[in-house]
Design a protein around this ligand. Structure first.
Ligand SMILES: Nc1ncnc2c1ncn2[C@@H]1O[C@H](COP(=O)(O)OP(=O)(O)OP(=O)(O)O)[C@@H](O)[C@H]1O
Length: 374
């Protein structure tokens, strides 16, 4: 698939912008702070309804403007779709597909698939476990948009369960039968939605492992073997991906942890406590890998995601935001060769020399909030 047209209104630094795009490579080049990342961030937002740079929508709306609108014309198997998102910070966002309103924006997740590589990806390796859980869950949602509902159900149950545990812990005496029976209800919801999340993540990690190992080897041929493992809050047991069995295991673990949870006022069992362990050779990458290794491992994870989405039958749009300047010559040209066959590649770079020779195509000059074909 590819984006044929992007239109922005009050998005980040853009009062308005119209950009026509072709399949193949498009490079957005310009000095620092001119709006290159803002542009590709808008494309990714249409795909994921989120930003790789901020956790809330407010910074995405141009300062002083009440709302932002992003429109993307997407071509998929020769069929065109016009996706429109209205970003209303503090209120519900609105979405339209082919000019008709859709009831919930999440109903159009998956209409545009992207894989974004950015300097922030270093946090996939060096950051907290939450970064890696988010990576897994976002990829699950990209593969199966209904997964956005599973995630939000789990988060809602967890929030309510935590609120109950917190208030029970604050009372500092044994909880009454009412609290315990409400907790039983939350336990079964947590176990059911948690099992669905856990099963999907386990399947995903199994599919990503060989792709990640291959991508890392291709990027860094003498760099050691990269591997992934899923570490669950259920402990070091072999986990099946059978949802009923996982729900039973979660329920048992919740029962065992109940006293401690009531004392601490927080949920200690469930996929929100899990970790995706990235290993390089015999060592965990977090805390051990060098800066360059960590960066290549992050790129390996993104390349593996790209391969996985492509194997599902759709060639996602690849977005490479400022990634080449950080790489040595070998890794740079190997990465360029690996992404070159994609249907569409969008690149940002501060100077033309940061766009590898392997990636020839259209070029746009970005300066002072305007985007012009170069
Ligand atoms: N909500 C907003 N309203 C107005 N301006 C904004 C908003 N958010 C970001 N900006 C401005 O956008 C500019 C940054 O744009 P962007 O991150 O796209 O730069 P860039 O061209 O990718 O730069 P670099 O090469 O340094 O990465 C900054 O000047 C910033 O102040």
């Amino acid at each position: 698939m590819h984006v044929a047209h992007l239109s922005l209104q009050d998005f980040r630094s853009y009062a308005s912008a119209e950009v026509a795009l072709e399949p193949g490579v498009s490079a957005f080049v310009g000095p620092n702070g001119q709006g290159k990342t803002n542009l590709v961030e808008a494309v990714a937002y249409v795909s994921t309804h989120g930003s790789h740079r901020v956790a809330t929508d407010a910074p995405l709306v141009r300062q002083g403007a009440p709302r932002a609108i992003v429109r993307a014309g997407v071509v998929r198997d020769d069929r065109k779709a016009l996706i429109e998102l209205e970003i209303n910070p503090g209120k519900s966002n609105r979405a339209r597909l082919n000019r008709s309103p859709v009831s919930r924006p999440r109903d159009i997740l998956g209409m545009l698939r992207t894989v974004l590589f950015a300097p922030e990806d270093l946090a996939l390796v060096k950051g907290d476990p939450g970064e890696r859980r988010r990576f897994l869950d976002e990829l699950l949602t990209a593969r199966a948009p209904r997964f956005a509902g599973v995630r939000s159900d789990y988060e809602r149950v967890l929030k309510q369960r935590n609120a109950l545990l917190k208030s029970a812990a604050a009372h500092r005496r044994a909880p009454g039968p009412e609290v315990l029976s409400t907790l039983d209800v939350w336990d079964s919801h947590l176990a059911r939605t948690g099992a669905e999340l856990l099963a999907a993540r386990l399947d995903l990690v199994a599919a990503l492992r060989p792709l990640m190992a291959r991508a890392y080897e291709a990027l860094a041929p003498a760099g050691g073997k990269a591997d992934l493992a899923y570490k669950s809050s259920l402990g070091d047991v072999e986990l099946s991906t059978d949802r009923a069995q996982l729900a039973e295991a979660l329920l048992k673990a919740l029962n065992e942890a109940r006293r401690q949870e009531l004392e601490r006022g927080v949920s200690l069992v469930g996929p929100h406590r899990d970790e995706l362990v990235i290993r390089l050779g015999d060592l965990p990458a977090r805390g051990y890998a060098s800066h360059g290794e960590s960066w290549s491992l992050s790129l390996g994870l993104r390349l593996a995601s790209y391969e996985l989405l492509r194997a599902d039958g759709d060639d996602p749009v690849l977005i490479l935001d400022d990634v080449f300047a950080e790489l040595d010559a070998g890794r740079r040209s190997r990465l360029a060769e690996m992404v070159a066959p994609a249907e569409q590649v969008l690149i940002t770079a501060a100077v033309p020399a940061d766009v590898p020779d392997e990636l020839t195509g259209a070029s746009f000059a970005v300066s002072g909030g305007t985007v012009t074909p170069a």
